[in-house]
Design a protein around this ligand. Structure first.
Ligand code: ACM
Length: 581
């Protein structure tokens, strides 16, 4: 289609066809009705709420030539899968103004997102900005579309800086607008515990706030002396999960063990290595980095976290998401090395060393979750430590202390999923061993990393990852055998919030790169070197006004606005291209 008539959709659909014999427009107006077939009432409700508010149109129930017809269609499911859809505004499919047929309710919903983009940026506002009587013109097109990956994720770190519930709901709307479908909520860390657990109230009474915060990278001399805190009540979580489900997004909770646990230990000192340090003196951590204060490998800790997870499973039902993330990353072993209790446990279990102890810890929860019909997800460190006794194989790091990721991958309980963050390597190992993988390498899709080289980038962290760099990210590493590649469930962009103190900072780091990421996750793009970057950038000129209408404080292409800068606050930029891992 020509540039002028290009509806500039993001993410790019599989196919957009204009009907040559029927140029022109279809208008939505006062006569437009919603004709919602079985299973599509959720999308009808969304259209009435979102488009109804932006257009002022009543969108009453009704059939006929002015209808937006929503259907779940078996042939679409066969051809395009459950999340696929066909959207037609050119009258070629049926007697209706607009027809959206999805492979499932989710497909219909993604089609509705495309419909909103076709209506223009004003359709993304929460109330009317155009006079009554405005024609909401749609180009006459047939769009055929389906996602490349089933896991199109965004991880929000609500632990380092708490994100109020309303802002999480807003993020879900922004995800839906980009056809992303997994929100990974990083709920616990050294710097805060963000989810109410009824049987352990001190987790939030004590663990959900800190007296002050490091301002900038941890090497910065500056402090924010205002206390920081907040948590989600169980009803907040239920609301978030339901709001997400209404948008065909599943929420994956992360409760990080055995590292990144200082907030929990501050609340319940018995969870820490009490034979090494005085854990009663710990408070919620006020600076960034990897805390040495990790959980003790005791039965007390296992029972405590089983109790936590029982409540978590209740809040995140299996129908919504079978996946539960237990972290497993960056667990320093110094305290276990010094702890007679931990050393006795290593001997008693016959796991060889501290890496083996960590693997045992992860396996315990993998089995515990599997017994309850759930699938454990962990950062790629869960591949380390080797198989335990009785796990088969008899090779690997358990005995030698070398890590033994390959052997460990074979004994990760079936169904466990790896979030590959330190590069592709962990994901490749896991996929080749038959485990599902979510590719989220920090070198490519950590959105806390700076997005331009200039001095003006606020608190610049990591390598430069521009919009174009993210657009060229490929989730499936070249050379991966097809049967291993089939284990790549998808990909995820991770937003760590040490230097993002509020919603605008999160917006700045996340957008516009999330648009490029969404296209990588949804669209069937060619290999990185063959991607149409110019075409994407042209479509982005139509996408910025959508983001403006949605109220997103993105990074403008020309660089940060004055109030988006953080002059004098230290970051930690890394130079050069990221290592090719
Ligand atoms: C991580 O970035 N530590 C998963």
């Amino acid at each position: 289609m020509t540039h002028e008539t290009d509806p500039a959709l993001i993410p790019l659909p599989v196919r957009t066809e204009c009907r040559a014999d029927a140029p022109g427009y279809v208008a939505l107006d006062e006569r437009t009705t919603l004709d919602a077939g079985p299973g599509t009432h959720g999308t009808a409700r969304w259209l009435r709420t979102a488009l109804g508010a932006a257009t002022g149109l009543p969108l009453a129930d009704g059939t006929g030539p002015h209808a937006i017809r929503l259907r779940i269609a078996a042939d679409v499911e066969r051809e395009l899968g459950p999340e696929g859809y066909r959207l037609s505004t050119d009258g070629s499919v049926a007697e209706a103004a607009v027809v959206i047929e999805g492979g499932s309710a989710a497909g219909v919903f993604w089609g509705a997102q495309t419909l909103r983009q076709l209506l223009g940026p004003e359709a993304h506002r929460r109330a009317r900005v155009v006079p009554a009587g405005h024609d909401w013109d749609l180009p006459m097109v047939t769009i055929t579309d389906a996602p490349r990956f089933r896991w199109r994720g965004l991880m929000l770190d609500v632990a380092r800086h708490f994100m109020p519930k309303d802002d999480v709901l807003r993020q879900l709307d922004l995800m839906a607008a980009h056809k992303l479908n997994v929100l990974h909520l990083h709920l616990t860390d050294d710097q805060g515990w963000r989810i109410e657990i009824r049987r352990h109230p001190r987790l939030t009474e004590v663990g959900s706030w800190r007296a002050r915060s490091k301002w900038g990278h941890r090497a910065s001399p500056l402090w924010h002396e205002t206390p920081h805190g907040g948590h989600y009540t169980q009803d907040d979580i239920r609301e978030i999960v339901a709001y997400a489900a209404d948008r065909h997004i599943s929420v994956v909770p992360e409760i990080d063990v055995p590292g990144h646990s200082q907030a929990a230990i501050a609340a319940y000192p018995e969870l820490g290595n009490t034979d090494v340090i005085d854990t009663t003196a710990l408070s919620v951590w006020d600076t960034w980095g990897v805390s040495p204060n990790v959980l003790a490998p005791t039965d007390t800790v296992l029972r405590f976290y089983e109790g936590v997870l029982e409540e978590v499973l209740d809040l995140f039902p299996a129908e919504v998401s079978p996946f539960v993330h237990i972290g497993g990353d960056e667990c320093p072993k110094d305290q276990w090395k010094a702890s007679p209790t931990a050393q006795a446990r290593i001997r008693e279990l016959g796991v060889g060393d501290e890496d083996g102890l960590q693997a045992w810890f992860v396996r315990h929860f993998a089995r515990w979750l599997a017994d309850r019909g759930r699938r454990l997800v962990g950062w790629d460190e869960i591949l380390e430590g080797g198989p335990g006794p009785g796990d088969g194989g008899g090779v690997g790091g358990g005995a030698t202390g070398t890590g033994g990721a390959g052997a460990a991958a074979r004994v990760l309980p079936e169904g466990a999923v790896v979030s590959s963050w330190r590069g592709y390597a962990g994901g490749i190992t896991a996929a080749e061993a038959g485990h599902d993988v979510v590719m989220c390498p920090e070198q490519h899709v950590y959105l806390d990393h700076r997005q331009a080289p200039g001095e003006d980038e606020p608190m610049p962290i990591g390598y430069v990852r521009t919009l174009a760099d993210v657009y060229r990210f490929e989730p499936v590493p070249p050379g991966l055998a097809p049967e291993a590649a089939a284990h790549v469930l998808g990909t995820q962009a991770n937003v760590w919030t040490e230097v993002m103190e509020n919603r605008d900072r999160v917006d700045y780091q996340t957008h516009p790169r999330l648009a490029a990421f969404a296209e990588v996750a949804w669209s069937r793009l060619p290999a990185p070197d063959h991607r149409d970057l110019a075409g994407f950038e042209r479509r982005m000129t139509a996408h910025y006004p959508r983001l403006d209408a949605l109220g997103v404080a993105y990074r403008p292409p020309a660089g940060p606005r004055p109030w988006q800068r953080r002059p004098g606050v230290l970051g930690r930029p890394l130079e050069g291209p990221p290592p090719n891992v």
